[in-house]
Design a protein around this ligand. Structure first.
Ligand SMILES: NC(=O)c1ccc[n+]([C@@H]2O[C@H](COP(=O)([O-])OP(=O)(O)OC[C@H]3O[C@@H](n4cnc5c(N)ncnc54)[C@H](O)[C@@H]3O)[C@@H](O)[C@H]2O)c1
Ligand SMILES: CC(=O)N[C@@H]1[C@@H](OP(=O)(O)OP(=O)(O)OC[C@H]2O[C@@H](n3ccc(=O)[nH]c3=O)[C@H](O)[C@@H]2O)O[C@H](CO)[C@@H](O)[C@@H]1O
Length: 463
């Protein structure tokens, strides 16, 4: 523990009687202990940025291996430039510690940040039990003058209707004694430190004005970009979900246009690119599907809990979820055209993670695509040098190989264009006695259209 963690009386910020300058000084000199709950891909970078600013952060996680690694100055998160060095330095300085004892951490903290997973269940309903559990732990240690900050993406109204009553009920404090704010994490894996430090403006919204004020003061020190206080926590929750809904529905329109390619007889992706030269058009890119823990889930944070009909979001979600099957069928149709029975076909899937460079397979389009090919009787091989998750793909029927174990195939489907694939000679993946069916799931291989040993098929690209 740093000196500031052991000797200075901790300062609370909510309803503080100190001047704003004194509050800022306390926050940045270690007199305001912070607890960050959830030390994953987003939580550890967030704890590190909080720690470099406040010099007094205790990270909390239920996974003892995560806590042990951090306590040893190690970083269990890969793919985040500079994070490992920063964690080692902060732990060495005593500015960052970690524990599985969330109650003890809450008792010592005056700022409680929560960034645990918020996914959806098999019925597409948001899973908030993890957030509830983290908040219950915090409630046991909550003191008057504390502020709780939720950063996990939440369905709008969660703070005001669910978390505030939970904190009040389980802490025994009245809601006038502590703060609660929603400050969404606008961060992409692979650039977390840069994003958290200030790539984008930070949205802050409290359940009352004092909560908004304190959140704005805190993030004014954490984030170098503009801090945008909005009317309340629900507005802030809506901002984050709306960002994701915009992206998912936009991709859904792009995919729907791509499905018109054959009937229109054009390269839809060329038309999209040209349309986007007009400043009021921002059509996204059609592809093999929409994966990750954000974009496919956030529409369900509105479609699930609320009664209002949302046909546009629903249709876009359904279209995007259909793209892996559409892409698999492109491969099967191509094999038929080349006189290859899918039951005898060897198909190579290029890329398994949900997007390039990120070792994450949540809702990856590669999985349903492999299931479709396997169901058609094809022999499926998959390669992805970034991916380390094997069991789901093997269970779906794929044989996973490394780059130097590649053979020859009847068809090849590009799902996620990992950088390492640029070294590949795609034509060399085919057999000399017939054309290789190539399905370009991400418009990365257009240059191979017309190649004499390639039967090229694209998403939104007529040939
Ligand atoms: N990953 C992203 O790109 C991204 C971007 C923006 C926002 N977010 C938001 O951040 C949230 C967290 O995402 P992530 O990618 O860091 O998740 P993650 O799965 O990488 O990490 C979650 C961590 O929380 C821990 N945890 C789970 N339950 C806990 C509990 N009750 N108490 C303490 N720790 C607990 C887990 O052990 C794990 O270490 C997401 O739900 C999302 O809403 C994520
Ligand atoms: C700050 C923050 O919260 N950042 C989030 C993070 O989201 P993310 O990590 O989930 O990544 P995404 O890029 O959204 O990809 C999701 C899936 O959609 C597919 N896709 C994408 C674009 C397209 O035109 N057509 C597609 O088909 C792609 O292949 C992949 O499977 O970064 C995005 C900016 O990159 C942000 O917008 C998003 O808020």
């Amino acid at each position: 523990m740093s000196d500031s963690q052991t000797t200075t009386e901790s300062i609370a910020l909510y309803n503080s009687d100190k001047s704003v300058d004194e509050q800022r000084a306390a926050l940045t000199n270690g007199a305001v202990p912070v607890a960050v709950t959830g030390l994953g891909k987003m939580g550890l970078p967030l704890a590190a940025v909080y720690s470099e600013t406040t010099k007094n952060v205790t990270g909390v996680d239920i996974d003892s291996s995560v806590v042990e690694a951090i306590e040893n100055g190690d970083c269990h998160i890969t793919g985040e430039p500079a994070l490992a060095d920063l964690v080692a330095e902060l732990v060495d300085d005593g500015a960052l510690t970690a524990t599985t004892d969330g109650v003890e951490a809450a008792r010592n903290a005056r700022v409680h940040v929560v960034i645990v997973p918020t996914l959806v269940d098999e019925n597409d309903q948001p899973i908030l039990s993890v957030m509830d559990s983290a908040m219950s732990t915090i409630a046991e240690g909550l003191e008057p003058g504390d502020i709780v900050i939720a950063e996990s993406t939440l369905p709008p109204r969660t703070c005001v209707d669910r978390l505030l009553p939970l904190l009040e009920r389980e802490s025994g404090l009245s809601r006038e004694e502590f703060g609660l704010a929603f400050c969404p994490e606008r961060t992409s894996s692979g650039r977390a430190l840069e994003d958290i430090r200030g790539a984008y403006p930070k949205i802050v919204g409290g359940v009352d004005e004092e909560s908004t004020r304190v959140a704005e003061l805190i993030y004014g020190e954490i984030n170098s970009n503009e801090i945008i206080p909005v009317s309340d926590a629900t507005t802030a929750e809506a901002v984050k979900v709306f960002e994701g809904v915009y992206r998912d529905t936009n991709i859904g329109v792009a995919n729907e246009l791509a499905l018109m390619t054959e009937e229109l007889g054009i390269d839809v992706t060329e038309a999209i690119e040209a349309a986007n030269t007009q400043p009021f058009c921002h059509l996204h890119i059609p592809g093999a599907g929409v994966g990750g823990h954000c974009i496919p889930y956030y529409p369900h944070f509105l479609m699930g809990p609320f009664e209002t009909d949302t046909p546009v979001m629903r249709a876009a979600r359904e279209t995007n979820d259909e793209m892996p099957r559409y892409t698999a069928n492109h491969a099967l149709d191509g094999l038929h055209a080349e006189g290859v029975d899918p039951e005898d076909a060897r198909v190579l899937v290029l890329g398994l993670t949900y997007r390039p460079g990120v070792n994450e397979i949540e809702k990856t389009p590669a999985l349903p695509l492999i299931e479709e090919l396997d169901a058609a009787g094809a022999s499926v091989t998959a390669v992805d040098p970034v991916n380390t998750h094997t069991e789901p793909f093997e269970k779906a029927g794929a044989t996973l190989v490394s780059m130097d174990e590649l053979s020859t195939y009847d068809a090849c489907v590009l799902v996620t264009p990992q950088a390492a694939f640029e070294e590949l000679s795609i034509p060399a993946l085919g057999d000399s006695d017939r054309r290789l069916v190539l399905v370009d799931g991400r418009q990365e291989l257009k240059h191979l259209r017309g190649h004499d040993s390639i039967h090229y098929r694209g998403i939104g690209i007529n040939v």
